[in-house]
Design a protein around this ligand. Structure first.
Ligand code: 2M8
Length: 459
């Protein structure tokens, strides 16, 4: 792998803000620096592999630069898809600078569905891949000849595979039969240490026989306080150990695992992706019954998202299946209905008003008015801690994209403009301190660069 441009984009206190051209060049440079040839790793040092939902956002950025390169990214991701349809949360590169790596997961050793090569992890992440396919197909169709053909053949190749992925979620991850898609590990949500998961993790008791391990993440960020604690990691690793012991069989993991939470954000993305994939299927002449099935799944999961709303706050909630209770801890996931739609105009206006109001985007202490992952008004707010408060450009992009699709143009445009202001320091950080704008976590994070590129190219 080529070395990422860490030095070039290292944060500097007096660093001038970059204009659009320099920012776009910097973003393209980050993606090129993290490109191994077959995959753009999530970041140069902290995450030297392909993460499932990172890859989808990376494709969104690559599509603006090079349709063929974006298509290859999708093919690499799908080369790691399991025989039962699951897209694993990590497709490993040849690097060994990340823990837990293939030796710890042992997926192909204990599970017949896992590919022997490439090595993969044994859990999943949010299904945003249909959005990436949409963007690649649209970029290809806007151009001529080779790009158009490449995009159409990618659509033909990917559609059945993405259908199988959505089917896997609908089949194995709907334990209540309501359409609320459940996660079996906080990592599956992508929001690893969000306070959304605190109560469910508190009930996870790492066994005395948890095999020992050494973390590799802590020396790769500026401050250990930006990463989860060791106690959290013990639980993360214990859940993997439980899964490994049942051979990653999806029904057994759901039946026996210590952690099972209906994830309202994942569910909204599932519903959204079912709709997007159905539209692509219509354009690409895919089987009508499968297209209709996607629409049924979308409708059911959309309804499930709306049903989670807290009668007091109106925000959507997760549901802890093991504990049999709602998780009411407010977080950005509470706005999941804005991703998948389904609210009536009055309800949508009310939810937008909360999002734009003084507890969220309009909080007076925020440096830019984009959604923080946890409100600064919340007792759980920790401004440097990963998914407990920082602003994530990729999450802003996701909301902005879905809002545009849902006709919420003004809020979508505001989020875009404010996030571009945040990232104009050129560090392309994983996440940002919401009260100071300081770049946090990994720098030169690929999905940050990718969504910036999309915004700059498409407006
Ligand atoms: C973070 O998660 C990984 C585990 O999957 C980690 O902390 O080691 C999360 O932010 C996740 O959403 C993201 O996909 C991944 C790679 O960027 O990093």
């Amino acid at each position: 792998m080529t070395t990422g441009p860490i030095g070039l984009f290292a944060p500097q206190p007096q660093r001038p803000r970059l204009g659009s051209v320099a920012l776009a060049s910097g973003a393209a440079w980050v993606l090129a620096g993290n490109d191994t040839g077959t995959m753009v790793t999530a970041s140069p040092r902290l995450y030297p592999h392909m993460w499932s939902w990172d890859a989808a956002f990376i494709m969104v950025g690559l599509a603006q630069l090079d349709v063929d390169r974006a298509a290859r990214e999708m093919e690499t991701l799908l080369s790691g898809q399991w025989a039962d349809g699951m897209i694993p949360h990590i497709v490993f590169s040849e690097e060994n600078g990340y823990f837990p790596g293939p030796d710890r997961w042992q997926t192909a050793v204990v599970c017949e569905h896992a590919p022997a090569r490439p090595h993969t992890s044994g859990i999943c992440q949010p299904p945003v891949h249909a959005i990436a396919l949409r963007k690649i197909v649209d970029a290809g169709r806007r151009r001529s000849g080779a790009d158009r053909r490449r995009a159409e053949s990618l659509l033909h190749y990917s559609w059945p595979r993405l259908f199988a992925w959505q089917r896997w979620l609908a089949t194995y991850r709907d334990p209540l039969g309501t359409g609320l898609i459940a996660v079996t590990h906080g990592w599956e949500s992508g929001m690893d240490n969000s306070p959304r998961w605190d109560s469910a993790y508190a009930a996870v008791q790492p066994g005395a026989d948890l095999p020992p391990y050494v973390r590799k993440d802590l020396d790769k960020v500026g401050d250990e306080g930006e990463r989860p604690t060791d106690a959290e990691y013990d639980r993360y690793l214990w859940l993997i150990e439980e899964m490994r012991r049942v051979g990653y069989r999806p029904d057994e993991v759901v039946r026996t695992g210590s952690f099972l939470v209906g994830d309202v954000f994942m569910t909204a993305l599932f519903a959204l992706s079912c709709e997007v994939l159905a539209e692509l299927g219509e354009e690409g002449g895919q089987p009508e019954e499968q297209i209709a099935q996607l629409r049924r799944w979308a409708a059911r999961s959309r309804a499930a998202v709306l049903d989670t709303r807290d009668p007091v706050t109106g925000l959507a909630r997760d549901y802890d299946v093991r504990a049999g209770q709602w998780v009411s801890t407010p977080s950005i996931a509470g706005f999941a209905p804005l991703l998948c739609g389904g609210l009536d105009p009055q309800q949508q206006a009310e939810m937008l008003a909360v999002l734009e109001g003084p507890d969220w985007m309009g909080h007076p202490d925020l440096v830019v008015a984009t959604p923080p992952t946890v409100s600064p008004s919340s007792p759980h707010f920790m401004p440097k801690q990963y998914w407990r408060g920082p602003q994530w450009p990729v999450i802003s992009w996701l909301f902005s994209w879905a809002m545009r699709r849902g006709g919420m143009y003004d809020t979508a445009a505001d989020i875009r403009a404010e996030t571009l202001r945040l990232v104009s320091d050129g560090t392309f950080a994983e996440y940002y301190h919401p009260l100071t704008g300081a770049p946090l976590g990994s720098l030169s994070q690929s999905w940050t660069a990718a969504v910036v590129l999309d915004w700059l190219y498409e407006g």
